[in-house]
Structure formats: structure tokens, C-alpha cells
Design a protein around this ligand. Sequence first.
Ligand code: SAH
Ligand code: SF4
Ligand code: F3S
Length: 457
Amino acid sequence: MSKKLYIKTWGCQMNVYDSKKMADVLAPLGYASTEEPADADLMILNTCHIREKATEKVFSDLGRLRNHKEAKADKGEKALIAVAGCVAQAEGSVIMDRANYVDMVFGPQTYHLLPEMIMKATGGKRVVNTDFPPESKFDNLPEASATQGASAFLSVQEGCDKFCTFCVVPYTRGAEFSRPAAQVLDEARKMVDQGAREITLLGQNVNAYHGAGADGATVDLASLIAELASINGLARIRYTTSHPNDMSDALLDAHGSIEKLMPFLHLPVQSGSDRILERMNRKHTAAHYVDIIARLKQKRPDIALSSDFIVGFPGETDDDHKATMELVRTIGFSSCYSFKYSPRPGTPGAAMGGMIPEHTKDARLQELQALLFAQQLSFNQTFTGKTVPVLFDRKGDRDGQLMGKSPWMQSVYVIAPQRLLGEITDVNIEKAFQNGMSGSIVTISADSTPSEKREAA
Ligand code: SAH
Ligand code: SF4
Ligand code: F3S
């Protein structure tokens, strides 16, 4: 009998990839996905621990799932509730104690063990698994399936050894680990066979990738991208997220020489103040960041840049904040994420002196975001009147609308025939907004070369 699986995903793209893998592991057990928790026999929350807000949401959502579980029980049916992801890893037993209706709590490195864990839980045992098992889950998870769409995520590196003082990731994801290159290439080929046109390589520190290659050699991210680029049918390659200290010369060169590598880089800097960067344990200066970007632009002049910022890290003065604003003006970003510092239990930052009051964080965030949003809008405005190739990977909110991404990672909305879903098509950009652009499909005349061919060439 077919069972229903509901998964809700928070956090980074790696969680999106992981959720997909969990669904793939469970499919052979008869679980089909549903968007409706009330219908589900198994409800999984795939959680994020990065900021306090993200963590709080888990508990409010659990309350709702509990109602569904009880409603099912009233009908004599059984439903299981599971918490996965980074909150599960960090707070496994706390969740079990706080919510006695939760059946399973398991961390990101245990997803290949899901079938066994479900069997135990179905038998009435509560399961907690926050181990870092000796075997790699990547050796034991199923391969790409047809449901990933035209734009696919592929985890190649997981975990982090950098220990930035604000961050929980080294604790929730464990030590840095790179998948063997052949395994990655194999999964990429299967994704392309299943219809992927774009692959985004994922890792907490993806540019520190150093996977085992053939004959004991080590493959770095630049070589991995070069190998991926030879896969026919794959048109676009991206990678995220990177650390400035791992932007090797080879990787900068790849941006200049590999056409399929898209002209967009998300390179978190967090702060423009050297004093704060040091307190964050980022191990580089603002000048170093500016230098990387300058060298990158020499290789790929049209590259669009994105970053993450934290305002109000302990000890941040007005001058430190001004330095961040200055860095943003110097670089000019096409998009950015910015956050108020959120002290995370167990991280060095949470124990530092000089906590910044909430209203100061608010004011700094507002000032920073005003600048970042203005930069984003003016970046998008430079595209009006131009033609850009768009990979349509989903339906838009409006009837007959498709949504896709430009090479520079902008969202593009177009009224277009549904058959273009999964295709790369030229779009005339007519309007630019802060969050994206809209336009119309370029009608291809008989003598023109479709952009799809140009891009794949
Ligand atoms: N691996 C990436 C970042 C992963 S977390 C890197 O090295 O940059 C994603 C972003 O969340 C971070 O870049 C940071 O800007 C933000 N973040 C992480 N911890 C945070 C905290 N305690 N408070 C606020 N923002 C945080
Ligand atoms: Fe967190 Fe720093 Fe590692 Fe990024 S590099 S995941 S911010 S510890
Ligand atoms: Fe969140 Fe874990 Fe990703 S804390 S950002 S889901 S690595």
C-alpha cells in the first residue's frame, strides 16, 4: 500500500538536496510525496539551526504536526513525526524531552539509515540518531531521480573546519568531507540524463573541495568543474557557498576559461572591518576580499557578485559598521543576504563581551539593506533592453507565467508557453525590479542560433 510522506525544508540549499535524498530513500519503501501534512503517514521537518529564529520555527511547526498525528490516531491510523537537519543534530535529546509526540530525531549524516530508523519507530520505539557514522551516507544514498527538474543541486562537500566564531555549522554538519570525484561526476551525468540543464555544486565550503580522483590523485573544485563542463547536455554550472580563503588561482582562472561556469559568485564576507573579521575568526582582511574580487573581474569582467553580511557582531562599533558600508560601495553587489547577529549556544561568539543592543542591530541592518537593495536594483536596471538567456525551471505565480534564472542569477518572469519549462530561451528584458526582471520571449527567426546551442557550445 502506498504511504504518504510530507517533508518541510528550512535553511540552505544543502537541506533542499538532503530532503530530496530522503524522499528518494523512502520511495522504494512505498512512500509518495505529499504537500499536505494532514494526509501524511510520515512527517519530516528538515531543520536549520543557523539563527535563533530558524530554530524557534521548528517548535511552532511541531505543534501543528502533533494535531495531524492526533487526528489520524482518532481515526485509528498511525502517523510518525520526525525532526531532521541541523536542529536535530544540535538539540536531539532536547527535542525528545520537549515534545514527547516526536517519534524520530536524526542528524544530517544519518539519512541513509532512514529505513531502519522508520522500522524501529513503527515498532513503537523513539529513535534519536545524532551520530557521525563511519560509513559515508553518500556511498549509501540512491542516485539522481527524475524529480529534480532542470536546475539541480548536487552536494560535493559537506561539513566545515573553519569555526567562524558566530557559526553552528561545524558542530551540526561535522568535519569537512569531500565526495570522490568519480561519484560526483556519475551523479551529475545521471542528473543530466534526467533533464537537468544546470547543476549547482553544493558544500558548506565548496571551494575547499578536494575529492579523491583516479590513482590516488586529489581533485580540486576547479578541475571538478572542468570535468563537469565536458558533460554533453549540461549547459550551466554554479557552486555555493565559498570562503574567501579558498578562492584559489585555479578557481579564478576557471571563471575566465570555462564557459559553462556561470558569471555569478556568492562569496560571503560577513563584515568590512578587519577588527570584526578577526573576532569572527574569518582569517582574512577586507583588503584581501577586495583583491580577490579585482582578480576575478580581470578573468570574467561581467561577473555578478553576491555575499552574506552579519551586522551587530559582539564588539561592532559604528566605525566597524561604516567599514562594512564602505566595502559594499567598493565592490557593488548584484544581490546579498544580510542578517542581525544571533548568538548561538556553544559558539565562541555567544560568550564574547560587547553584545550589541537590538535597536542598534536593527538600525545597522536597515542602513546596510537600503544600500544593498539599491545596488541590486541598479544592477538589474542595466539589463533593460538587453537579451538574456533564461533557464526556465518553474512556473510563475501568475497564470501562463514561467520563471527562470539569467546567467547572473537574476530571477526572470515571462508569460511563456509551458513547453519552455526546462529550456534555455532568449528573453528581451523589459522591466527591472529589485528582486528580478520581466520581459518577453525572443521569437527565433530561421537564421539565428538559439542561445541554448551557444551556451552549450
Ligand atoms: N559556509 C558559508 C556560510 C554558511 S551560513 C560561509 O562560509 O560563509 C550562511 C550565512 O548565515 C553566513 O554566511 C552568515 O552570514 C549567516 N550566519 C551564520 N551564523 C549566523 C549567526 N549566528 N547570526 C547571524 N547570521 C549568521
Ligand atoms: Fe560557518 Fe564559517 Fe564554516 Fe561558513 S566557513 S560554515 S560561516 S564556520
Ligand atoms: Fe542551516 Fe544547517 Fe544549512 S544550520 S544553513 S541547514 S548547514
